[in-house]
Design a protein around this ligand. Structure first.
Ligand code: SF4
Length: 369
């Protein structure tokens, strides 16, 4: 698709979008399936909203994947407990501490510590690592560790983490169960609310293009996201994972995923919306860059030590690793720059301004007019 900017006044965009969608609602089938000029306008307006809100700044964090043990069995994930083909690992505190204190690229402002759902790793590795990072660095600290006990959430927060990533993955209980997503949907949502109630900044996310997912099921994710106390949300295209029951299913459609990202931005201009690395797999060559063109404002460099990275099997062993070089050139291609403010500090200031709750749909509709 041509990335040439359409020469339209902002006020002209909403009527045009309405004209091509026949309705002013953001979460509609026609926006989801928009192609050609309608899609270009959708993405352009979403990118404009992000720039109005955040300027050219994009948050730059690094992720370390520290354990691939998982007690859950999600049908879409290679780290599911039934996968016997996977060598399981837990990284070592000292190895990670040295990496994160001495070798983090200078533009990185935040670290995301990620594991399978592995409370042992949380207690024995993640907690000490967060304490070390809090003592030795000023990096913002996010965690993505699955559903844990309230006591463990408190310990993580006391240690110095402030952002919790807990994706709800799918908005309907029946399909959530069918996909063997973690625990039960209601429980997952309760934990998101619990975390927000404890003062965590919570980001969530869902998967687009799961096998058998209907447009109505996909659209339901937007409604759910707006009802939750979130500061951000991601959309990940479904990638058929190696050694999973869905290994032979088709990859999620990149166009649909990009439209979902744009709709999220239109719905919540103030949210932090990441460009996920799976965009590279769903749209080889251009998916990631185009994701940045839908108003995404968070990118992630993978710092997991290369020795263990291959066994962090979210999708495939042949992973597309987002290095600093790849990230910076993608940003440059879109005229974007790394933020010097950390994500953690951004959320703290946003909370002080009372802007952490998601917009209601009616407000979102006003925002895109
Ligand atoms: S998606 Fe997360 S919880 Fe589910 S199997 Fe993979 S690592 Fe475990």
């Amino acid at each position: 698709m041509s990335m040439k900017r359409l020469a339209l006044r902002p006020n002209a965009v909403a009527p045009l979008l309405c004209a091509v969608t026949d309705e002013p609602r953001w979460a509609s089938l026609k926006w989801l399936t928009a192609r050609g000029q309608a899609q270009e306008l959708l993405h352009q307006r979403a990118a404009e909203l992000a720039r109005e809100r955040f300027g050219q700044r994009v948050f730059l964090r690094a992720v370390v994947e520290v354990s691939n043990f998982c007690r859950e069995n999600c049908a879409y994930c290679g780290m599911r407990r039934d996968n016997q083909d996977l060598a399981r690992f837990r990284a070592h505190h000292d190895q990670l501490a040295e990496l994160l204190i001495e070798h983090v690229p200078s533009r990185v402002t935040d670290i995301n510590i990620q594991t399978g759902e592995d409370p042992v790793a949380v207690r024995e590795l993640v907690l000490p690592l967060i304490r070390t990072l809090r003592r030795e660095t000023s990096l913002g600290i996010s965690v993505c560790l699955g559903t844990l006990s309230p006591g463990l959430y408190d310990q993580l927060q006391e240690a110095g983490a402030s952002i919790y990533i807990m994706k709800f993955e799918l908005a309907q209980s029946a399909t959530y169960e069918e996909m063997e997503a973690p625990g039960e949907l209601d429980e997952r949502l309760e934990h998101i609310r619990l975390l927000a109630g404890k003062g965590w900044y919570v980001s969530s996310g869902f998967i687009a293009g799961l096998p058998g997912q209907t447009p109505a099921q996909l659209l339901a994710n937007f409604g759910l996201a707006t009802q939750l106390p979130l500061v951000g949300c991601s959309v990940s295209p479904f990638i058929p994972g190696e050694s999973t029951p869905l290994a032979d299913a088709p990859t999620g459609d990149i166009e649909q995923t990009l439209n979902c990202m744009a709709i999220l931005r239109l719905m919540s201009p103030h949210w932090v919306i990441p460009a996920v690395s799976a965009l590279n797999l769903a749209g080889p060559g251009s998916g990631y860059r185009r994701g940045l063109g839908t108003g995404a404002n968070l990118v992630t460099i993978n710092l997991t030590p290369s020795k263990i990275r291959g066994d962090y099997l979210l999708y495939k062993r042949d992973r597309f690793i987002m290095t600093e070089e790849r990230i910076l050139s993608s940003l440059q291609a879109q005229g974007l720059v790394p933020s010097t403010q950390s994500l953690a500090e951004h959320y703290r200031l946003q909370a002080l301004e009372g802007q952490t709750t998601p917009m209601l749909q009616s407000e979102a509709e006003v925002a895109i007019r």
